[in-house]
Write a protein that binds this ligand. Structure first.
Ligand code: PHE
Length: 546
């Protein structure tokens, strides 16, 4: 191909934040890059993927984020805050505080049928009452923080000081699950935790069954939610899909909505053994179409990608295994539109933050937006893992009796947690449930790898296939379940294309300290390749982050 004459055609599959961000980077590089793109989105109803805001009405706070809803300002999340700035979403009207916990300590911990406020729990900890819920669990001889800390703090410390060193240390234990790590004498003091204690810690710090996932995932989670020094948390006023729409507004090309990719196949010139392009077949309301691209960036979750016929690409067995087995977690958010913001009017008001319970409801998220307003919509239950799988059994459609059964169960939990006697204050006007494993356009909530998967399979989905097929999406980053993972993966995929095209000027432009889009630390492992590509040693800039 004559590079100077013909554009480099890029097919971006999926208009979630990974796909939109890849397009934004290509637009930033400008026409000089020689690249042009299409964005194909299978969902006929919306863009944004797991940035998904459901609005019960047009009233400003009558919404909830069924997908991404909160953004901690920690060093490795820098790129998302740079993006907010770029999109002019960083003003105080858009980027508002998110209360991870409530300021007054009124958030409730309700376990073993006992309700205790978070402030009172802290006091119990300080008094040395380590079993405030009377569970009599064997080995509960310290605070949850300390019991977890003994096992995970060494990793947290390393990751905070230098992400790459910490990551390497984590990877040397990648075949361990979190429960292995707690059960076996592997830390410096050779502590072994009894089975009951492991389940107790899992119940309070995560979700049912999640400690069976990779140790690395639990450590990263713990850092995201409990980074030291404590970061500020933010949410986007009006809902997370504002971000996706703001990116869309800035793109030079539209998204083709309702175009489902059904097959991707190599195209061969006569007498050539390596493909010259990739043919992407889509179906839409207009019927099937074939389009050829020089590069494809599949950003859809791996479960969705598996529904695309890629057999002609003859993926190696290890890659096929990775695409089939890499573990995704479940998540469900149940939102209810009440008549009033009853939670803010209780004797002990709940102003933002979240309450937790061992009941099916598990986590109640009080909105950090619209505090004191008339809009009374909130997330009454947010679940992951087995807790979500079980809730999923009742998510059968808005008007189905099973959803009513679920809502009634949640109301009972809410009443017991908040000590509500008059159930009529919980009367509701509407509800909406989003079950991410039940959605054909996500096929899982977010990647949450099992033991051993990072070291054995992650490499398969973070390198290009035939130099033309560039995986993106949060699963193909180290920061699973966060927007930053999508951004980092999209950056990597665009960089891979530039390296393949040997476009040194554009590699420099993308990696320059002047570029408004931060370079992710997690791509440093292939910086050597980049150095070769640009023919000089590359100095990481001051402004870069993890
Ligand atoms: N980032 C998501 C949240 O804040 C999901 C998540 C789940 C993140 C589990 C880490 C661990 O809720």
């Amino acid at each position: 191909r004559n590079r100077n004459a013909e554009p480099i055609r890029i097919g971006i599959l999926g208009a979630g934040i990974a796909g939109l961000y890849a397009a934004l980077l290509i637009d930033y590089l400008g026409p000089e890059s020689g690249m042009t793109y299409d964005i194909l989105e299978a969902n006929p109803n919306r863009i944004g993927g797991r940035l998904y805001t459901h609005r019960f009405s047009d009233s400003p706070n009558d919404y909830f984020d069924a997908g991404a809803m909160r953004y901690p300002k920690i060093p490795w999340m820098k790129a998302i805050f740079s993006l907010f700035e770029f999109l002019n979403l960083d003003g105080p009207k858009s980027l508002i505080p998110y209360y991870l916990g409530d300021v007054r300590g009124n958030n409730i911990r309700h376990f073993n049928n006992i309700s205790i406020s978070s402030a009172r729990l802290e006091a119990a900890d300080a008094r040395g009452n380590f079993d405030p819920f009377s569970t009599k669990v064997d080995g509960l001889n310290d605070t949850i923080n300390n019991l977890m800390g003994h096992k995970i703090d060494p990793f947290k410390k390393m990751l905070t000081e230098d992400f790459q060193t910490g990551w390497d240390a984590l990877m040397s234990f990648d075949r361990w699950s979190m429960r292995d790590w707690l059960a076996l004498p592997a830390d410096e003091f050779q502590r072994t935790y009894p089975e009951q204690l492991i389940k107790y810690l899992e119940t309070f710090t995560s979700s049912t069954g999640l400690f069976d996932c990779a140790l690395s995932e639990t450590i990263l989670d713990a850092m995201d939610f409990d980074y030291q020094p404590e970061p500020e948390w933010f949410t986007i006023q009006g809902g997370g899909d504002v971000i996706a729409n703001a990116v869309l507004d800035r793109l030079t090309r539209p998204v083709q909505v309702g175009y489902r990719v059904t097959a991707i196949a190599p195209v061969f010139e006569p007498d050539c053994t390596s493909p010259s392009a990739l043919k992407v077949t889509t179906t839409s309301a207009d019927g099937p179409t074939d389009t050829e691209y020089d590069h494809v960036i599949p950003t859809m979750p791996l479960g969705c990608l598996r529904m695309v016929d890629t057999s002609a690409l003859q993926f190696p067995w290890e890659l096929q295994t990775a695409l089939r087995t890499l573990h995704y977690d479940s998540a469900i958010k149940v939102a209810v539109k009440f008549k009033t913001r009853w939670w803010e009017k209780l004797p002990r008001p709940q102003i933002g933050g979240a309450s937790t319970t061992d009941r099916p409801t598990r986590t109640v998220v009080y909105p950090s937006y619209g505090i004191g307003s008339k809009d009374a919509t909130m997330i009454v239950s947010y679940t992951w893992a087995q807790d979500a799988q079980r809730i999923g059994a009742y998510v059968k459609g808005h008007d189905c009796a099973s959803e009513q059964v679920l809502i009634e169960c949640i109301k009972r939990d809410l009443a017991d947690m908040h000590d509500i006697e008059d159930m009529s204050i919980l009367d509701h006007l509407d509800h909406k449930i989003v079950n991410w494993y039940g959605d054909e356009f996500s096929n899982g909530a977010f990647a949450l790898f099992g033991p051993g998967q990072f070291s054995s399979m992650y490499p398969q989905v973070t390198q290009p296939i035939s130099g033309m097929f560039h995986f993106a999406g949060e699963a193909t980053s180290v920061h699973h379940a966060w927007i930053i993972g999508s951004l980092n993966s999209a950056y990597r995929s665009v960089l891979e294309i530039l390296i393949h095209e040997d476009n040194q000027a554009m590699i420099k432009k993308l990696m320059s300290p002047d570029c408004p889009f931060s370079r992710p630390k997690e791509i440093d492992c292939f910086l050597t390749t980049v150095q070769v590509a640009i023919g000089q040693s590359y100095q990481p800039s001051q402004s870069t982050s993890n």
